[in-house]
Design a binder for this molecule. Structure first.
Ligand SMILES: [Cu+2]
Length: 233
């Protein structure tokens, strides 16, 4: 018994030593403005999980006629559900090669999530509301992070060694190399990086017309995108 405990302790000790490096990446554009919703990932860290598919289910909500969040990052194989919390219908779709799908005019939570089984950039839209836009970045690696409004991405539990980091920002067709970073065991480092991009944020929903909207509130929508649009949704 004590031998097993000892082995576990040794393994834990190895992991603590080998996977304890941390990286903070501060992203800005050429003008020095912080880049929110940028994604940094480590393509070389594919062995971290083994062969099991990611279990965590992500959610992209439709609320106030917008997608929330604007940018989602998942590892290949992850499932995402698309609950509609609005009183009106949405019709979510993607024409992106990494995942083509549509969830036709619906309210509430669709019975089945969508599985994202190919790495790449997926752009989401809504057939009813032209301004609705969101992105999913599907990666081959479980090691990724998304920047907050401060433009900062944190990557933790990194192995010692060289990491060929990739970056993606809304509007990019595909990720691009960011930087090669060599980390020692237990090293904690901060790097600054400027990307030659214009600031991109989620398009805002136009004002709701309360008079026309009240005609439909609390009722079943006719299920016609044209009527939804005409009603000021
Ligand atoms: Cu919509």
């Amino acid at each position: 018994m004590w031998r097993n405990s000892g082995l576990a302790a040794i393994l834990l000790g190895l992991c603590a030593n080998l996977c304890a490096a941390e990286l903070t990446i501060r992203l800005s554009n050429a003008a020095g403005a912080a880049l929110a919703d940028a994604v940094v990932f480590d393509p070389g860290a594919t062995a971290a999980r083994g062969s099991a598919a990611p279990r965590k289910r992500e959610t992209i909500v439709q609320r106030n006629r917008l997608f929330d969040p604007f940018v989602t990052v998942v590892e290949k194989g992850a499932a995402i559900s698309f609950p509609n919390e609005d009183p009106m219908l949405h019709h979510v779709y993607s024409f992106s090669p990494a995942k083509r799908f549509e969830i036709k005019l619906y309210k509430g939570t669709p019975a089945a999530p969508i599985v994202f089984d190919k790495a790449g950039v997926v752009a989401l839209g809504c057939n009813v509301h032209d301004w609705m836009l969101a992105y999913i970045l599907v990666t081959e690696t479980p090691v990724f992070g998304k920047s907050g409004t401060d433009g900062v991405v944190h990557l933790s539990s990194l192995a010692a060694g060289t990491h060929e980091l990739m970056v993606w920002y809304p509007g990019m067709r595909e990720p691009m190399p960011l930087q090669s970073v060599a980390l020692g065991a237990n090293e904690s480092r901060t790097i600054d990086h400027r990307l030659p991009v214009a600031i991109r944020t989620q398009p805002k929903a136009p004002p709701l017309d309360p008079m026309r909207y009240s005609l439909f509130k609390g009722q079943e929508w006719p299920g016609d995108a044209q009527i939804c649009t005409a009603a000021g949704t």
